[in-house]
Design a binder for this molecule. Structure first.
Ligand code: HSE
Length: 347
């Protein structure tokens, strides 16, 4: 069998999960990828006690990994939009395919990254950037490709859903639950990204791009977080028959695409109201299929690793074939994107 070599950059919560699951399930993963996938390089500022990297070359300079001749796919798991952008561009310049879990990077620089990748016949895959372990990117890009999508609505930040669920079921204090979410590795390095809705906005624009054939852009999106919610808001909503959920909503309207992220009253009879803890769910309404619902863990080490590795398998299986046969990163070829976008917000 062919060999495909992986360089993992970043050995935090998700990096350790990817390393461990690749090792534990290598027989299944290799059979599905039709090649032997091996981690040959790790780039990390420090070791992670949750994974044993003995036998693998570990570099303290992540750029060593992007330049290494013994690496085919770079897995970017450092987060952020500055060093991560340089890292991804360095990987592409060195002829490596890229797998990333970085929603902030995709939201801010996806368009330029995909353009460079396409010009060099390289793949950039990003399943883990949205909704953790739920394969929503593949569903929107491939599974629903027959449809015109009318709207999608999602609980797409595990940290905020965990906080709201704990406030709701146990009356716990916001700050206390946020600390627990940080300890469990759900929250971003800067947790204001979670609780102010910025992380959800990043994920929403990625999904909207796939759903509506738009370039990725944060322009015009309405964003509100959960920091002003009090426990009594949650309990009053319950008395009225609603759960408060932090939703990202993208909708085709007569005037353009409406994009918004904010706390929402969801009737208890709606399946989304029963999505609790770190779970995410994305509901998609489309003309042919009707309404579909995708549910699962939205954050955490191995759930996110599951999506990262699905991308590694896709890239490992695909690389070497003709680029014309590849599924475009955002579902349709860039020339088919809507030329003019009218982003509007309306309640
Ligand atoms: N901080 C993110 C969340 C991690 O809580 O959903 C997964 O993207």
């Amino acid at each position: 069998m062919r060999s495909v070599n992986i360089g993992i950059c970043g050995l935090g919560t998700v990096g350790a999960g990817v390393f461990n699951v690749l090792g534990r399930n290598s027989d299944k993963i290799n059979a599905r990828a039709n090649c032997n996938i091996t981690v040959t390089q790790v780039g990390a500022r420090r070791d992670n006690a949750n994974c044993d990297t003995s036998g693998v070359e570990v570099s303290r300079d992540i750029f060593d990994v992007t330049r290494h001749s013994d690496v085919d796919i770079i897995v970017e798991l450092i987060g952020g939009t500055t060093v991560a952008l340089d890292l991804v561009m360095s990987a592409l310049e060195n002829g490596k395919h890229v797998v990333t879990a970085n929603k902030a990077l995709m939201a801010a620089h996806g368009t330029e990254i995909f353009a460079v990748a396409q010009s060099r016949n390289l793949i950039v895959a990003f399943e883990a950037a949205v909704a953790g372990g739920i394969p929503i990117i593949k569903a929107l890009r491939e599974g629903l490709s027959a449809n015109r999508i009318n709207w999608l609505a999602g609980i797409i930040n595990g940290t905020t859903n965990f906080i709201l669920s704990e406030m709701d079921s146990k009356g716990r204090d916001f700050v206390d639950v946020l600390e627990e979410a940080q300890q469990k590795g759900y929250a971003e390095a800067d947790p204001t990204f979670d609780v102010e809705g910025i992380d959800a906005a990043h994920k929403l624009v990625i999904m909207a791009s796939l759903a509506f054939g738009l370039p990725i852009s944060l322009e015009g999106i309405f964003t509100d977080g959960i920091t002003r919610l009090e426990p009594q808001d949650v309990s009053y909503a319950r008395q009225l028959g609603y759960a408060i959920k932090h939703l990202g909503i993208a909708r085709q309207t007569a005037g353009g695409i409406e994009l918004r992220v904010h706390p929402t009253l969801v009737p208890e009879t709606c399946l989304m109201a029963g999505v609790n803890g770190v779970s995410n769910a994305v509901m998609v309404n489309a003309d042919a299929v009707g309404t579909t619902l995708f549910y699962g863990p939205g954050a955490g080490s191995e759930p996110t690793a599951s999506s990262v590795i699905a991308d590694i398998v896709d890239v490992a299986r695909t690389m070497g074939s003709s680029p014309e046969s590849w599924v475009p990163a955002l579902g349709c070829v860039p020339s088919a994107f809507r030329a003019k976008i009218s982003w509007i917000f309306r309640i």
